[in-house]
Design a protein around this ligand. Structure first.
Ligand code: DQQ
Length: 574
């Protein structure tokens, strides 16, 4: 009897207090810790224990817990026609506990996959999810799911509304061109609004819907916005940003102190573009101050797609996460047993000039910092290389700021060089300039045959200074068969007044870089074969002829977070 009570108590404690333990009926072990066999698994970026992951879905904060769902193939490391919503929870947005799959393709309205969508917290603190189902006829339709038990802080089980689909394919839209409902916002007329991504004849469309009860939805004749020639708009996001504060605004905030961001993912280019504009719910129109074109604002100029933001009521901020796809081959993914990461969560807000957004890693990363190294005000001659020692170069958070003392030496920017990515590809870090290239060499091997260079070059154009930021993956690995595209973008800062700063998060196979205090972000995936773990080194470099001053360099080792680690219990335990 005492043995039975003891056993029951253990089971109770395991179930109720140790939420890191996931009880499963199948028994397996998986070493989620990066090791020589798994050198590309990350330490502080979100990824599932195994198999395929893509878009973040339905992030939200509910009753003391952050929830993150994601597109997942639980059966293999490649995308499939059976995509589920997987689910993890966190108390700090750093450490994540995996829960059971939340939404599975089981019903006629989603039998061929449960695709992306969003969460909304309805009045009375009631979370709901809208997601795209691929129905039995392979049509994309919009569905509703609610928690089975909203007093469960982890919202482990989700129930699909029996009246699904709640929104059918609009007439004239192709079966596979209608997806990814947004978080809803409530307008003054008491009606909810959402947008859904679509296209017709290559015109990207954000269809606008309204509802009083969240179940019956009607479509406005005019979409919220559409742009010809852009192809299907995936994973739209629509939210307010304060014009006079870096704090976040909840999705339904609507007043003269906010502008509205419309973000759309262009599937044809795998890029998340955004517009900033004025939204009038009374007129139901959205007027962007920058119209969407292929050379307008992006969240990130590297590998970064299908992002989703949410309002964090705890710290009053808007948080953004995105899917960062692999750059290796499908065969590599099969060998690794997994594919896909999420970017490190970023806060985002409107820049003071109201022309663009600013993004910055959430401050919780400091929980993982250790072994700080730093120095200030060091003259950095042209041709210098400085190794940043004393940190784990394969798991690090590094910031470097440059002061320029000979700006007048900046080279003229050739009038025909309008595409920053092309300039970066043509002028890699080994090509000497005058003011630049200077920056960081990340994940560098001992012999420098492998390295990823993240750097700046300063030019003059029509009496103005132009700051170019590059992330050059061309020498990131001696392996062949990888996508080693070089990325580049301009940074909207004036080096006459502003220092040129770069913050880079390095985590085994991902390098996220924030230029100009987060005005320009570039994310890359890299797979070194020599610069792995303890063999990886980090350098600051200046390959211009002019000297610059490193006004500050600070770097930390970043500890491993507990991300979706399933603790295996003995098969005989149950
Ligand atoms: N991924 C989902 C779609 C979305 C696309 C499918 C974006 O809902 O449009 O996994 O990556």
């Amino acid at each position: 009897m005492r043995k039975t009570v003891g056993l029951l108590l253990v089971v109770f404690l395991v179930l109720h207090f140790n939420h890191h333990v996931v009880l499963r009926s199948d028994c397996f072990t998986l070493d989620a810790v990066p090791s020589n066999e798994q050198p590309y698994r990350t330490a502080f970026h979100f990824q599932p224990p195994r198999n395929w992951m893509n878009d973040p879905n339905g992030p939200m904060y509910y009753n003391g817990v952050y929830h993150l769902f994601y597109q997942h193939n639980p059966f293999g490391p490649l995308f499939s026609n059976q995509i589920y919503w997987a689910h993890s929870v966190s108390h700090d947005l750093i450490n994540w506990t995996p829960l059971d799959l939340a939404i599975a393709p089981t019903e006629p309205f989603d039998i061929n996959s449960c695709w992306s969508g969003s969460a909304t917290i309805l009045p009375g603190n009631k979370p709901v999810i809208l997601y795209t189902g691929i129905d039995s006829e392979n049509r994309q339709v919009q569905n509703l799911a609610i928690p089975k038990n909203s007093s469960d802080p982890y919202l482990r089980e989700w129930v699909k509304y029996t009246g699904n689909p709640i929104i059918n394919l609009p007439e004239g839209i192709k079966n596979d061109d209608f997806r990814d409902p947004t978080t809803a916002w409530l307008a003054d007329d008491g009606k909810w609004r959402i947008i859904v991504g679509s296209q017709k004849d290559k015109t990207g469309i954000a269809f606008l819907y309204q509802s009083i009860d969240f179940v019956n939805w009607s479509r406005y004749d005019s979409p919220l916005h559409q742009v010809a020639g852009t192809g299907i708009w995936e994973c739209p996001d629509f939210f307010p940003v304060w014009v006079d504060s870096t704090k976040g605004a909840d999705t339904s905030v609507m007043n003269t102190r906010v502008k509205h961001v419309l973000k759309v993912g262009l599937w044809d280019y795998s890029v998340d573009y955004y517009m900033i504009g004025n939204y009038s719910p009374a007129k139901e129109n959205y007027i962007p101050q920058n119209e969407l074109t292929l050379s307008t604002l992006r969240y990130d100029y590297g590998k970064y797609y299908a992002s989703k933001s949410f309002f964090d009521p705890v710290k009053k901020r808007r948080i953004l996460m995105a899917w960062v796809n692999e750059s290796d081959s499908e065969a590599d993914d099969i060998a690794k047993g997994w594919s896909g990461l999420h970017s490190f969560p970023r806060s985002l807000w409107l820049d003071q000039n109201q022309k663009q957004l600013v993004q910055w890693p959430i401050e919780e990363i400091e929980m993982l910092h250790e072994n700080k190294v730093s120095f200030q005000n060091k003259k950095f001659e042209g041709g210098s290389l400085h190794e940043v020692q004393g940190i784990t170069a394969f798991q690090t958070d590094v910031t470097i700021s440059f002061k320029l003392t000979s700006l007048e030496e900046a080279e003229e920017l050739d009038q025909s060089w309008s595409d920053p990515q092309l300039i970066c590809s043509g002028m890699d870090a080994s090509k000497k300039g005058k003011l630049g290239p200077f920056g960081l060499l990340a994940l560098a091997s001992n012999d420098l045959s492998e390295l990823t260079a993240i750097f700046f070059r300063i030019f003059q154009k029509e009496g103005q200074y132009v700051v170019l930021m590059c992330s050059d993956q061309s020498r990131s690995s001696t392996r062949i068969g990888l996508d080693k595209t070089t990325y580049g973008a301009f940074v909207d800062i004036n080096p006459q007044h502003d220092e040129i700063s770069l913050r880079t998060l390095i985590d085994h196979s991902i390098i996220e870089s924030f230029g100009g205090g987060g005005k320009t972000c570039i994310t890359a995936r890299v797979y070194p074969s020599l610069a792995i773990e303890k063999e990886a080194r980090l350098f600051a470099f200046n390959n211009g002829t002019e000297s610059v001053v490193i006004s500050e360099l600070s770097a930390w080792s970043v500890k491993k977070a507990r991300i979706n680690i399933e603790e295996t219990i003995s098969c005989t335990d149950h």
